[in-house]
Ligand binder design. Structure first.
Ligand code: 9WN
Length: 442
């Protein structure tokens, strides 16, 4: 890619973020997702940091303004208001009515969360802050830091009462919605059909073949009903909820996020206690992810808390040791071999050697369906970041240039891409895709 085309691409990516800017927060996309999503917001802040570090901080501050008193940062903050076209809206969650943890918030939210990319965003903002703005941004990082620690404490305790080092997810919407990783757990659930509902993502705005099925949605909504019944109380949920999964990807992001907060500790004037906790969560998480690694496959397996079964599927999540920046040279080598094997980036049918959400060798693979096969630029960005930090500069550079080629090749900063054809899928002008492009362009 030439310098001239980089300039044009940067301008286009900036226009996507600006186009989705709703005044201090960014719609995840203007078409499918007209509210503020948690991990989208973190990626978007990384993109904003390249345009305006103040605006980047505001993105996170507004997200954390909806943090629950438990420390949880909700997966959607319904900032788009009641008329924004998104289903299911706040009435399906009804959080403020059922739990004091969500009372008094400036806007309604959902009652679940998403991977904690936020610390990576604050670190990036700080790295990009020009000297003249450092006093202001430092003061804002200082103010946000306790909220970030509170969020991490929630994940390390409420979401891991066993102190295992692995985060438990309660709902497929906690990141990778219809990933085949959740199929077995969802199949076990017998749902009472939720009341009548109309999906907007398939009936009006999206393409049904690229989205989860109605079977999935019946279960997604039933799980929300259950969580509401448990008043979003982690203790009750742990006791009764049918969907409790130790998610190695989420856990690996948490490891990386703890490392990022530790790196910010001096800037944020962190207390000794906070530093000790962060280091403890980091070590415990990294060791736990390493224990889920299986030498036979070179991959890492999630774990179903209810059945005690490992979830052995070839998906991007199997690279959790890389996402967690494992210090184990043997695991790193095995993971890099797997990454470029025919099961993943080395598959001869791929348009670009990028990490697909699900391996084409997996029976559940579907090239155009959401988390069941397509390439998601944000996931490849997380991998690129890990490989860079682990010192695999060449592999990281190829991931970056192929990702940029994919985005430039077709569509308008789409949400995800068909791994075989490179065709753009899902929502166009997706904020976080534009944001990672801005970061790749530097
Ligand atoms: C449900 C916003 C979000 C992402 C998720 C992605 C998708 C929502 C949906 O969009 O999920 O949260 O309606 O499909 O799976 O990761 O945060 O971009």
């Amino acid at each position: 890619m030439t310098a001239g085309s980089d300039v044009a691409l940067r301008a286009q990516a900036a226009a996507v973020l600006r186009g989705n800017d709703a005044g201090g927060w960014t719609k995840a996309s203007s078409l499918l997702y007209p509210h503020q999503w948690s991990w989208d917001s973190a990626f978007n802040a990384i993109g904003w940091a390249h345009l305006d570090v103040r605006r980047a901080m505001t993105e996170l501050e507004l997200l954390f303004a909806a943090q629950w008193s438990t420390g949880m940062v909700p997966h959607i903050v319904f900032r788009g208001g009641p008329d924004a076209a998104y289903f299911p809206g706040p009435e399906w969650w009804d959080c403020a009515a059922v739990t004091p943890a969500a009372r008094g918030l400036p806007v309604p939210t959902t009652g679940i969360c998403q991977p904690p990319v936020h610390a990576l965003a604050v670190r990036r903002i700080w790295q990009l802050t020009p000297p003249a703005l450092q006093p202001e941004i430092r003061a804002r990082v200082l103010a946000l830091f306790p909220r970030l620690v509170h969020w991490h404490r929630y994940l390390a305790t409420g979401r891991d009462p066993e102190a295992s080092g692995l985060v438990t997810t309660y709902h497929p919407w906690e990141g990778t919605d219809n990933s085949p990783r959740w199929d077995r757990a969802l199949e076990r659930i017998k749902v009472a059909k939720p009341g009548p509902y109309t999906r907007l993502d398939t009936s009006e705005l999206g393409h049904p073949s690229q989205r989860p099925t109605n079977w999935d949605y019946d279960r997604f909504l039933w799980l929300v009903e259950q969580l509401r019944k448990f008043r979003y109380d982690d203790v009750q949920i742990y006791r009764h909820h049918r969907f409790l999964l130790k998610d190695v990807f989420f856990s690996a992001v948490f490891v990386a996020a703890n490392a990022a907060l530790l790196q910010l500790a001096d800037v944020a004037g962190a207390s000794d206690g906070d530093r000790k906790n962060l280091a403890g969560w980091l070590d415990r998480g990294r060791a736990a992810v390493a224990r889920r690694f299986e030498a036979k496959t070179g991959s890492c397996a999630d774990y179903d808390v209810r059945t005690g079964e490992p979830i052995r599927l070839r998906t991007f999540a199997g690279f959790a040791p890389l996402f967690a920046r494992t210090a184990d040279a043997g695991q790193r080598a095995a993971q890099l071999r797997l990454l470029d094997s025919a099961d993943f980036c080395g598959n001869p049918r791929l348009r670009w050697p990028l990490l697909p959400s699900t391996s084409p060798a997996e029976p559940a693979f579907e090239p155009d369906n959401y988390w069941r096969g397509p390439v998601w630029p944000v996931i490849d960005w997380l991998l690129w970041q890990s490989l860079t930090e682990l010192g695999y500069a060449d592999r990281a550079a190829r991931l970056r240039s192929d990702s940029l080629a994919q985005v430039t090749g077709a569509g308008e900063f789409n949400e995800y891409f068909d791994p075989f054809t490179g065709s753009p899928l899902g929502s166009p002008r997706q904020s976080w895709t534009a944001a990672v492009v801005l970061d790749w362009l530097g």
